[in-house]
Design a protein around this ligand. Structure first.
Ligand code: AMP
Length: 321
């Protein structure tokens, strides 16, 4: 049986469906999650369909997760985890307490959890996968306009507005179909593109202070002190500046080290050339070939990551071209 049908059958058999996402969400994971909730609520009005996850006000334009879901609700529930490669990254502890688990994702399947998995690591985004799932099962499903808006937002988010290499002919075809629904793509594009004045100033800081090595490896360290000096409240809101080094012609791959509450450094790795996910795995993280994350525990590990990145770029054989 095709996986798309198997997932639909599991949904049909469940009275309660609870959709989880990853910690520190992005537009793709929220878009895929809330769109799936909208599709299932519209298609199966007699079922209870919930989406859970920590509230981040910066994403209120996309919608809200359901808060106050009782433990008993999980008892016979089907749990669907979207856009989350590894079990420790699932937002919320109770996802394993449901009756069964389905994983839908587009990251490398390093941690193959769940009773059913649908993982397409070549897909641009989990939102694109959710649309494809809807299209295969369109006879049984309804797509509300808001779900189309959310899926479009997810695709725009994970492709850097159709710029990153995972953007395929299918990605653009899906985006085209989504635009036939009634929502403002301009409003979505603007919501994802705009930055606050504080972030604009931090962007200027990044361009002024980014160190670019002769190999094309580049890095920037953002301590608490620096981030706070720009009047930024939450460190997570530095996400918007992570792609910026990629605009520089001489930069091939880069690392941004952002100090965490416990004074370790969250490493945000990006590449236009060599795969950087193995490097990320060496430092307790992982991710996609060209976008990964990890943790550096001290300055020595930061130096080590910079060294490994430098070597990786210097020895790049053009595997991702
Ligand atoms: P970020 O820089 O946080 O936007 O992360 C980029 C990508 O790397 C995401 O799509 C995640 O899949 C992955 N990633 C980030 N941090 C981790 C981590 N600690 N462990 C595994 N994967 C990660």
């Amino acid at each position: 049986m095709a996986i798309e049908t198997a997932i639909l059958d599991k949904i049909k058999a469940a009275q309660t469906i609870i959709i989880h996402r990853h910690q520190r969400p992005d537009p793709d994971c929220i878009g895929a999650q809330l769109a799936l909730r909208d599709i299932l609520q519209a298609s199966f009005p007699d079922k209870t369909v919930l989406a859970v996850g920590k509230h981040y006000p910066g994403f209120d334009w996309m919608g809200q997760a359901d808060q106050d879901v009782a433990d008993e609700t999980y008892k016979d529930a089907l749990v669907i985890v979207v856009d989350t490669a590894n079990q420790p990254r699932v937002d919320g502890e109770r996802w394993q307490t449901g009756k069964s688990v389905v994983k839908i994702d587009h990251h490398p399947n390093d941690d193959a959890f769940g009773d059913l998995q649908w993982v397409l690591d070549q897909a641009s985004s989990t939102s694109e996968i959710i649309y494809d799932w809807f299209a295969v099962n369109a006879a049984d499903l309804t797509m509300p306009d808001n779900a189309a808006r959310l899926l479009y937002a997810g695709i725009v988010g994970d492709t850097g507005r159709f710029m990153y290499p995972a953007t395929s002919a299918n990605t653009l075809a899906v985006a085209g179909k989504l635009l036939t629904y009634d929502f403002s793509a301009t409003a979505v594009n603007q919501a994802e593109d705009e930055i606050t004045p504080a972030l604009a100033r931090l962007s200027a800081y990044l361009y002024q202070n980014l160190e670019i090595l002769p190999s094309g490896a580049a890095f920037l360290k953002l301590t608490d002190e620096i981030v706070e000096s720009f009047g930024l409240a939450a460190k997570d809101s530095t996400s918007a500046i992570v792609p910026l080094p990629g605009k520089i012609t001489t930069v091939v791959a880069w690392a941004i080290f952002v100090e965490a509450k416990d004074h370790t450094f969250r490493i945000r790795l990006r590449s236009k050339g060599p795969s950087i996910n193995e490097l990320a795995k060496n430092h307790g993280g992982g991710g996609h070939a060209l976008a990964s994350g990890a943790t550096a525990h001290d300055q020595a590990e930061i130096d080590q990551v910079i060294h490994e990145l430098d070597e990786l770029v210097a020895n790049d054989k053009g595997e991702n071209e």
